[in-house]
Write a protein that binds this ligand. Structure first.
Ligand code: NAD
Length: 503
């Protein structure tokens, strides 16, 4: 299928094209034009970068929260000044339409600001109550950087997604070696170059270019934590690579997010939301909507309106091409299998898959729950719309997925109560995909969607190890944890713990 596509990227389904000396060629997914040529990093080069990052770590940590805040805000200013460059790159290297590029960058810049502005409050040293038994102690906790964090990113949001790890890891005081996707190395380089412009000096943020081999080398190079965003299959390989050294890993994996439409929902608003969350970025969003469960009472109205609106959405104008050629095969397989399993193609169908585009949204209805289009990540502008008795059944079906990343509910009364019954890391209520752009909200999934969090206070703590300090203020009246204790101290403690517990 992808062999019929034009352009070098489409002609190389096994990975991105290479230069004569093995360099990565970054190419436009539509025209096939080479945008950038980047030398790759082998095992030794990656180790050298990690060693340099380790040398830079004390300097960066030593800047303190105030110094790092200033540095990160300077980075954000450089990025904002050079925004046109990265909008252009996102369009050419990633195939995004301008609106999708701008939406991505708005969220990315918000997170740099949030991480910079809140690290001191979230991670800085604070007093905690020592408890009745330990009243003679002054207890404090603070969150210390791990040291060097390896960040491995995907291609679908090549700026926003890695920034969710990079900005938070840096704000927490770590240095970072970042391996962008082999499909978007130029966007990755832009991030590292803009940081170097804002923060000249020791290499606090470095780039490692290459395919999965470079990523695997990064996992083995002695980093103190790996922050991975990508597919569950690669996530499992990364876990295995990190197991021998017990290196902790953050896993931001795929999704199969559902939107549940209740009988008292604003149907037109739900249609617009489903369409945008299903098709923006050509459906290549980990937390994009792929399934819609609509309560029987409003199902026909929803599907009729969705059909009308989906026919007005244009590939190439409203959303871009499918960035990775191999994904078109997945999309086609899901659509064909859904029809073979008894589903109906309401808008588009297998013929919509025309490399490098899916030409117009595909809306499938009444697809059996066992079908791949309902169970597996499709990652294309394809919406499955299934009828359910009511919103509760919609949630029950949504929760059958092995994934548990995000989701949305459209409802009138009890909308938040309904949202809380979704077994996912994030939910939007009467809107879609709002949570990734809220600095304070943690982002991450459950089940096959991974574990750990980027964004918000949890995202900062993800990149820092708590350090507890208990400092003796005075000799305890009941000194038990010493051989110098008195004879009566142990029975007194026994009486005391009973009194405390039986209060
Ligand atoms: P992928 O798993 O193919 O690749 C991700 C990254 O891992 C790339 O940089 C790749 O080079 C690297 N890699 C591959 N093999 C490796 C190995 N053995 N060791 C170390 N690194 C290795 O994923 P992708 O196709 O780039 O991204 C799409 C996937 O990412 C989708 O499943 C999507 O849902 C998911 N995603 C998740 C989030 C999230 O925050 N949860 C965000 C964006 C994308």
């Amino acid at each position: 299928m992808t062999g019929s596509a034009t352009g070098p990227r489409a002609a190389a389904p096994g990975g991105p094209p290479r230069g004569p000396a093995g360099e990565l060629l970054s190419v436009d997914p539509v025209s096939g034009e080479t945008i950038a040529v980047l030398p790759t990093d082998d095992e030794e080069a990656v180790r050298t970068k990690v060693a340099r990052a380790r040398e830079a770590a004390p300097w960066w940590e030593g800047l303190g929260h105030g110094g790092r805040r200033r540095a990160l805000l300077a980075w954000r200013r450089v990025m904002a000044r050079r925004l046109d460059e990265v909008i252009d790159l996102l369009q050419r290297e990633n195939g995004k339409v301008r609106a999708d590029a701008v939406v991505e960058l708005a969220a990315a810049l918000e997170h740099v600001g949030w991480a910079a502005g809140h690290a001191s409050r979230v991670l800085g040293r604070r007093r905690v109550f020592s408890g009745l038994l330990m009243l003679n102690q002054a207890s404090t906790v603070e969150y210390r950087p791990y040291g060097v964090v390896g960040v491995i990113g995907p291609w679908n949001y090549p700026v926003h997604t890695p920034i969710g790890s990079i900005a938070y890891a840096l704000a927490a005081g770590n240095t970072v070696v970042f391996k962008p996707s082999e499909y978007t190395p130029a966007c990755g380089k832009w991030l590292v170059d803009t940081f170097a412009e804002a923060v000249p000096g020791p290499p606090v943020l470095q780039l490692a270019v290459g395919t999965g081999e470079t990523g695997a080398a990064l996992c083995r190079a002695g980093v103190d934590k790996v922050a991975f965003t990508g597919s569950p299959a690669t996530g499992a390989r990364i876990l295995a690579a990190c197991a021998p050294t017990l290196t902790p890993v953050l896993m931001e994996l795929g999704g199969k997010d559902a939107l549940v439409v209740a009988e008292d929902a604003d149907v037109n608003a739900a249609v617009e939301a489903a369409l945008w969350a299903g098709c923006s970025n050509a459906g290549q969003s980990c937390a994009g909507i792929e399934r819609v469960y609509v309560a029987d009472a409003v199902h026909d109205r929803f599907l009729a309106r969705l059909t009308e609106r989906a026919r007005e959405i244009r590939a190439g104008e409203d959303y871009g091409p499918v960035t990775m050629p191999g994904q078109l095969d997945v999309i086609l397989r899901h659509v064909e299998q859904a029809l073979a399993d008894g589903g109906r193609a309401v808008v588009g169908g297998p013929e919509s898959v025309q490399p490098p585009y899916v030409r117009g949204p595909v809306v499938l209805a009444d697809v059996p729950e066992e079908s791949a289009a309902v169970r597996e990540e499709t990652f294309g502008p394809v919406l499955v719309v299934n009828r359910v008795r009511d919103a509760a059944e919609g949630v029950e079906r949504a929760n059958r997925s092995e994934y548990g990343l995000g989701g949305a509910v459209f409802a009138g009364r009890g909308a938040v109560r309904l949202a809380r019954t979704l077994r996912t890391g994030m939910v939007s209520v009467n809107d879609v995909l709002t949570f990734p752009a809220v600095g304070a909200l943690p982002f991450g999934g459950r089940g096959k969607s991974g574990y750990g969090r980027i964004h918000g206070a949890d995202g900062l703590r993800e990149f820092a190890a708590p350090q507890a300090v208990a400092r003796r203020l005075f000799r305890a009246p009941l000194a038990i944890q010493t051989y110098a204790r008195g004879k009566r101290d142990v029975p007194r403690l026994e009486r005391l713990i009973k009194r405390i517990a039986l209060r």
